[in-house]
Design a protein around this ligand. Structure first.
Ligand SMILES: [Zn+2]
Length: 360
């Protein structure tokens, strides 16, 4: 497949343009001195090699190993990177934390976390929390990986089907078309109940003539790590594992019974395979409306001490332990510098106050 796209990490939206400006002019470096004494928790997913690019549609989900190395070097030199469990425990006890505290989290359990991220974390001595969807490590193809793989593998040049009363026709001619189709279909699927979402995904896969897929059929960047490598990382002492459900449904789209089952199964599998009881959890997708009061209660009943969202913000002492914010997708060293220094938070807040845009 010929690459006809620009790496999304190179696209300059207003946020990235501002981050570039703040970092390159030294404003972010200065702002670090007045940074709030709150904790910045960063979220990453898998990493990719440059040769993965023409195999993937959602490049934004996986930053390059090169950028991750810059991120690690920058954080080690300028911030106190602490294990997330230590941060949550300090907050619970009302203890103070270093002014420049940052935490690194890696979601889902990709093979690239072991192959590409772990050597860099180890080299710099940086701790991280890996929120693993245990079914992924057990061999289940997660639903969003299946959708991406179906759109990569199909020989169809368009998807023409009924989506809940609405006729949709998406071109799949080029890689850029497939990337756009992935964005539209993902947004639609995320709004459905988990059962309807899975049924529609089956329908899309059959419509596009793609046979059953296993993780071995997926691009390397979408494959899971093995439990052996998870154990090895945990034994190294830098990586702690947290819950992220078993099969990664958006919990608010599940019945209460299914939510309980997903949370419990994920916790049990971590205990069985790693021999350690997970204390932290990250909500799949993690936006407002992706978890409910029932989800929070279930997590507390299972003994989790903290749960993280994917809603931007610094972690404040008064934050509710079951809805702690995280920053997602630090896509470049510049963007990272602007985020962890608090400059981006001030920028978004200023834009909001001026009525220019709603805070992302
Ligand atoms: Zn996830």
């Amino acid at each position: 497949m010929v690459v006809q796209r620009k790496d999304p990490l190179q696209k300059l939206d207003p946020g990235r343009a501002a981050a570039l400006f703040f970092a390159r002019t030294g404003i972010a470096r200065l702002a670090r001195r007045w940074r709030p004494s709150d904790v910045c928790v960063l979220t990453f997913h898998g990493l990719r090699d440059c040769h993965d690019d023409d195999e993937l549609l959602d490049l934004e989900q996986h930053i390059t190993a090169q950028i991750f190395e810059q991120v690690c070097g920058y954080l080690m030199a300028n911030y106190a990177v602490l294990p997330l469990s230590e941060i949550v425990e300090a907050r619970r006890r009302g203890k103070s934390l270093p002014r420049q505290t940052v935490a690194i989290t890696l979601d889902d359990g990709y093979e690239s976390n072991w192959r590409l991220a772990y050597p860099l974390l180890d080299k710099h001595g940086l701790p991280a929390t890996l929120f693993a969807a245990t079914g992924f490590l057990d061999g289940t193809v997660l639903w969003f990986h299946r959708l991406e793989a179906v759109l990569i593998k199909t020989r169809a040049s368009r998807l023409d089907m009924e989506l809940h009363g609405e006729r949709i026709c998406l071109s799949l001619e080029s890689l850029a078309d497939r990337e756009a189709a992935l964005g539209k279909l993902t947004a639609h699927l995320k709004g459905l109940s988990n059962t309807s979402m899975l049924a529609l995904l089956d329908q899309i896969q059959s419509e596009l003539g793609v046979p059953h897929l296993s993780n071995e059929d997926l691009p390397q960047a979408l494959r899971p790590m093995s439990w052996d490598t998870a154990r090895e990382m945990q034994a190294g002492g830098l990586i702690e594992f947290g819950g992220h459900t078993h099969t990664h449904p958006i919990l608010a789209r599940c019945s209460d019974e299914k939510q309980a089952q997903e949370i419990r199964r994920g916790r049990e599998r971590l205990i069985e395979e790693l021999g350690v009881v997970p204390k932290l959890f990250a909500y799949p997708n993690g936006k407002a409306g992706d978890y409910t009061e029932v989800t929070k209660r279930l997590l507390q009943e299972e003994g989790f001490a903290g749960a993280f969202t994917m809603q931007d913000g610094f972690m404040l002492p008064e934050d509710e332990p079951m809805a702690l914010p995280r920053y997602g997708y630090p896509s470049s060293r510049d963007y990272l510098e602007a985020v962890v220094s608090g400059t981006m938070a001030r920028f978004w807040s200023l834009r909001k106050n001026l009525g220019l845009v709603s805070v992302p």
